[in-house]
Design a protein. Structure first.
Lengths: 333, 333
DNA sequence: TTGTAAGCGTTATCAT
DNA sequence: ATGATAACGCTTACAA
């Protein structure tokens, strides 16, 4: 691989001049510029990013930390963040910590040692460690999907209260009054917010998610199934269920279909996220849309803004959800 | 951030000695080693990977090239390759080329400029470019999922003929004789191999996938739906369908369920891959298992072996598929 | 066993 | 506008 030295020699200039042509920092004589550019072409020269990153302390690299990858939410984050990152001339390095704080730590460590320009976290296995990272190294950090609750971290989050409200409002307007909810882990605040939003909407219809009609799941398919089992065994009068993600909604559907309940004739089911599966199952799933692409673009934007602007180090961006009606919901007769 | 110089100073040794302690290359006096290690702890020193990679020409980095990310197959590859790569002390940089050769090229370019230790391709948008890469740079390359057909590239692939054979053998033993197949794009050789394997098994049962009972899909959900529509409108006598991936199998199921055919009572449906969705839908899907984890581990292994051993530059590893019976298939009455 | 010094491929600070 | 030169943080001959 040709280096700057080779280019300089061939173009009969100094390495500094080659650098100047490359970075267009200072004006260069039109004639020498052309000579340099010719040499670059001829040698098929490409600047080495390690040398560049070492010298300039900017690896042109963004790190993304997730707890797993084979999962629609995180795969979406990876995809859209990769796109935004590349659009800004950086590359993406992905780390999967599997909820293991040690793995997470060594991954963060690796990123620091590569002079990354910033780190995006979606979920965190050890919150205090991340805070320490931010305070000790000054590396730009953005948190998405409410990975960290602290005020001092920049973040991009969905308006989860609104997400719940949308679901409740839609089901309420559909005539439903006996509505159950399969939540995510209630120790996660976004789950509580979604539930609050749902209840706020239902109150307006004199409906309500009674304590007994709430099941606390874990965002996995199986917990949707179990939740439906528990809810419908005790309360067969329920006419609609909102699950706080699509995976659990599909679990709810599976239970209902296995037990001879027709969807949406007997029971309406609604989800959240709008993963691709939502269109594929039968009946297709009415769901609240989480605009992954928008979230990711904002996150990368916010991250890179921190280089210049210290105010954005604690900025918070809120994204509004939408929803889509498909076959799994109907008016309550 | 402390550098080697700081450590050297604090430990009263030269930088080379610090390096020796770190890399355990040459024996170091027990006493000085301790001094150095103390200094490292005290300063919380972490070696900079850019400097290291620049000097040693090894970025401790593996590149993975995929056409998309929000897709079970590629997400699986990313997840398992990330794990294998990290287990070997490297990090993973992911690039999504969206079937755009220019994007792919600039991504490969970026990897080269980072002194990557190797690149894994799953699908390729411009095959000749990849070959040129290999020949011109000598960077280790491994191809998975039959991304490139050339003989000169190391690869890890599933035994696709066997995959088809497993499906045919299972359905044949289940008494089915009128079996349809929704294939992937037949210009892709692995799809033809899967079909050949299927037919070979069926021949033994005096069954066969007639020309009219084959539909060429594109691995997407929608094409499964369309395929079923086409196949069953013309040939309602079909009793079983094998789709060459789970997504299309789910599409087939959706069509059948929408049209009042019971699965598996009227029609058996079988897929391939064993994506998580296969367990979630109702009825759950009988399918051929693609052992993603094994494939990825082998790929990383093969890649890193190329550093030392030139024979492995064209080595081919074949992985055997398995299959799992769930609810979507039954004996043919 | 340890130190010295050159070099990996850039950028940035001086001069000129 | 251009060139020397030092520096980024590390590895590796070569000496001692």
């Amino acid at each position: 691989m040709a280096s700057m030295k080779d280019v300089a020699r061939l173009a009969c200039v100094s390495e500094s001049t080659v650098s100047r042509v490359l970075n267009q920092s200072v004006p260069v004589d039109e004639d020498t510029r052309r000579r340099v550019e010719d040499a670059i072409k001829r040698l098929n020269y490409r600047p080495n990013l390690l040398a560049k990153g070492l010298r300039s302390r900017s690896g042109k690299l963004i790190g993304l930390v997730v707890p797993e990858i084979v999962h629609h939410t995180f795969a979406s984050f990876i995809q859209f963040i990769e796109e935004s990152v590349v659009a800004r001339g950086c590359s993406l390095i992905v780390g999967n910590h599997k909820n293991n704080p040690d793995l997470e730590e060594s991954f963060i460590d690796d990123l620091i040692r590569r002079n990354v320009d910033g780190i995006i976290f979606s979920r965190v296995s050890d919150e205090s460690r991340v805070m320490r990272l931010i305070n000790e190294t000054g590396i730009p950090v953005v948190v998405i999907d409410r990975a960290v609750e602290k005020e001092e971290v920049a973040s991009v989050v969905l308006d989860n209260h609104q997400a719940g409200f949308l679901a409740g409002d839609y089901l309420g307007k559909g005539g439903h009054r006996k509505i159950a909810c399969v939540t995510g882990p209630l120790k996660i605040s976004l789950c509580r917010e979604r539930l609050t939003g749902l209840n706020e909407a239902l109150t307006r219809f004199q409906a309500g998610v009674a304590q007994d009609w709430t099941y606390e799941g874990d965002f996995k398919f199986e917990s949707g199934y179990l939740g439906a089992q528990k809810l419908f065994s005790a309360h067969p009068e329920i006419t609609a269920v909102w699950a706080q993600n699509d995976l659990m909604a599909v679990g709810v559907m599976k239970y209902l279909l296995e037990n001879g309940r027709s969807i949406p004739r007997d029971v309406s089911v609604m989800g959240m996220d709008d993963i691709s599966l939502a269109r594929m199952i039968t009946p297709s799933l009415t769901t609240v849309i989480q605009p992954f692409s928008e979230i990711c673009e904002e996150a990368v934007d916010l991250l890179l803004r921190q280089k210049n602007n210290d105010g954005s180090r604690t900025e918070k961006v809120v994204i509004k959800p939408d929803f889509v009606v498909r076959e799994s919901t109907a008016f309550c007769s």
